[in-house]
Design a protein around this ligand. Structure first.
Ligand SMILES: Nc1ncnc2c1ncn2[C@@H]1O[C@H](COP(=O)(O)OP(=O)(O)OP(=O)(O)O)[C@@H](O)[C@H]1O
Length: 251
């Protein structure tokens, strides 16, 4: 397994945000995590990438413990995170945003003396092409469509060379056409990367869930299964309809 999580727990002010018994992810697996608001989905990804500190539990990535490491150390281990909030530089071109992503992977000394070798330029163009940004590569990032900005963010994470990409609601605010294209892009990226995607839009989940879907409810793992299994599970239906009952309370 690429990633194994056991008994991962965190509380905020006495409220259990996450208490995850077990989670594991294989090489080049694309896993979708769904769950109602406040289920702990973002908190889970925040802990994996080192943004939030867990109270207890273990996270093992490529056989190495992750908890206790800094965000930079975790990124160096090969975990990249794309946040929901945009973080591209709008005045810079797509190319320069991508170049910056390559540079920030380096230490200060090498950044100061950084030269764009043909290999680096080629890599930037390759990643841009994979994310369908090649036709807008010299356009200012601020002038891109909402969808293209999101793809640029994914390209930036990719240039940091992660083995595992954590992606929070990639299709939020997108048109149907952009959503569909994002799904196709993620499925393509999953040929070379392991990916965990948090998503709310069920049509989109259906498009990208080629393996397992994990359902979190109130910080706990309600179930895991194929999209069909999850969609037809009565407990999942109940919690999405807002009929969270005593059964769910005792999970
Ligand atoms: N930094 C924080 N301080 C206090 N409480 C927090 C913090 N981060 C998250 N929480 C709480 O932890 C719980 C889980 O939140 P989280 O954002 O992980 O859920 P989510 O499943 O990602 O929800 P959404 O789908 O709405 O983004 C919520 O009750 C939330 O209010």
């Amino acid at each position: 397994m690429l990633l194994t999580v056991n008994n991962l727990s965190v509380s905020f002010g006495g409220v259990h945000a996450l208490h995850l018994d077990h989670f594991s992810l294989g090489e080049k697996e694309l896993r979708v995590i769904i769950g109602p608001n406040g289920a702990g989905k973002s908190t889970f990804l925040d802990i994996i990438c080192g943004k939030t500190k867990a109270d207890s539990g273990e996270v093992i990535f490529k056989g190495k413990p992750v908890l206790g490491k800094s965000e930079v150390q975790i990124a160096e281990l090969g975990i990249g995170r794309k946040f929901q909030k945009p973080s591209v530089f709008p005045e810079l071109t797509v190319y320069d945003n991508l170049l910056l992503a390559v540079k920030t992977k380096k230490d200060i000394f090498s950044t100061l003396f950084f030269k764009v070798s043909p290999a680096i330029a080629e890599r930037i163009h390759d990643v841009a092409a994979r994310l369908q940004l090649n036709t807008v590569i010299y356009k200012q990032a601020g002038a891109l469509s909402h969808g293209q900005k999101q793809w640029l963010e994914i390209a930036i994470v990719m240039l940091q060379d992660p083995t595992l990409m954590l992606i929070d609601e990639p299709a939020a605010g997108m048109s149907d056409e952009e959503t569909e294209k994002t799904g196709a892009l993620l499925l393509e990226l999953a040929n070379t990367h392991s990916i965990i995607v948090i998503e709310h839009d069920m049509k989109f989940v259906e498009q990208i869930a080629n393996h397992l879907v994990t359902v979190l409810v109130r910080g706990k793992r309600l179930m895991e299964g194929t999209f069909e299994e999850v969609k037809n599970d009565q407990r999942v239906i109940d919690c999405y309809l807002g009929r969270t009952n005593a059964q769910l309370e005792t999970l």
